[in-house]
Design a protein around this ligand. Structure first.
Ligand code: IPE
Ligand code: IPE
Ligand code: MG
Length: 247
């Protein structure tokens, strides 16, 4: 399926329009490499190019927030060499792309316990977030050592501490109180969650936030994803009728 350019993108009357917040489970790098008899890291490298194209296309579409699942809290189970390759790529990506992200008005944010990537990457990530904090175009959220269950556990611990300190009444804890303590606090609600590579699971990504998100599973492997695929995904979203339990 090829997508229409932004100016002619048909979102349909009464459809969902352009999503404010899109999240992507960027899956299939390894299979992309395997199909070409290349090492897995070649798939991750090509995947970084797909990230670049997707961020640009998100800007064109006027998507406010793009959240990308780059490394899960379960991905530490991979061989040490692959984890090292992924860390190296993240470092390389930040060094190579930060100027362009900043110049394009992109605001970077990180979710997940990224401190586990070590002091150098932690400092680089925090510098990048601080440097782009005032930017006004797309917010790019990178999920690093992110796991949704762990995120919810941390929110519960924070609330428990506040109850113990006497600053919050347990009876007053509502969905907003939990949302405010998630890593995604203050971001607009998740509208569209895309997973590439033909797998139909969430792999511990944005479980709370996906409560009413539209889900889209595509067979494209992440390294083959880009502008056309994002436009097609947004067009598909635009034809949907979101009901949120109502009629
Ligand atoms: C997604 O691609 C990238 C990360 C999880 C970091 P995979 O590496 O999971 O690729 P497949 O699923 O093995 O093809
Ligand atoms: C999900 O992909 C994590 C990221 C894309 C970063 P995985 O490849 O790790 O997911 P599973 O293991 O197939 O569920
Ligand atoms: Mg995978």
């Amino acid at each position: 399926m090829s997508a229409a350019p932004a100016s002619t993108l048909q979102v349909g009357d009464g459809g969902a329009g352009i999503p404010r917040h899109v999240a992507i489970i960027m899956d299939g790098n390894g299979r992309w490499a395997k199909a070409r008899h290349l090492p897995r890291v070649a798939g991750h490298r090509k995947g970084a190019e797909a990230v670049r194209a997707t961020i640009r296309a998100a800007g064109e579409l006027g998507i406010e927030v793009l959240t990308l699942y780059a490394f899960s809290s379960e991905n530490w189970r991979r061989p040490e060499e692959e984890v090292a390759d992924l860390k190296g790529l993240l470092r390389h990506y930040l060094l190579a792309e930060l100027d362009e992200l900043a110049a394009n008005g992109i605001r970077l944010r990180v979710i997940g316990d990224y401190s586990r990537f070590g002091p150098e990457l932690t400092r680089m990530l925090e510098d990048a977030v601080a440097r782009t904090a005032q930017n006004q175009s797309t917010t790019l959220v990178i999920a690093l050592n992110y796991g949704s269950q762990g995120e919810i556990v941390r929110a519960a611990q924070a609330l428990a501490e506040e109850v113990r300190a006497g600053t919050i009444d347990p009876a007053s804890i509502d969905t907003a109180a939990i949302e405010a303590r998630l890593d995604t606090a203050d971001l607009p609600a998740l509208d569209l969650l895309i997973r590439t590579s033909g797998e139909h699971r969430l792999s511990n990504f944005l479980l709370w936030q996906a409560a009413y998100a539209e889900l889209l599973f595509v067979d494209t492997l992440w390294p083959d994803f880009g502008r056309d695929e994002l436009f097609a995904a947004v067009a598909d979203y635009g034809r949907r009728n979101r009901r949120f339990g109502g009629l």
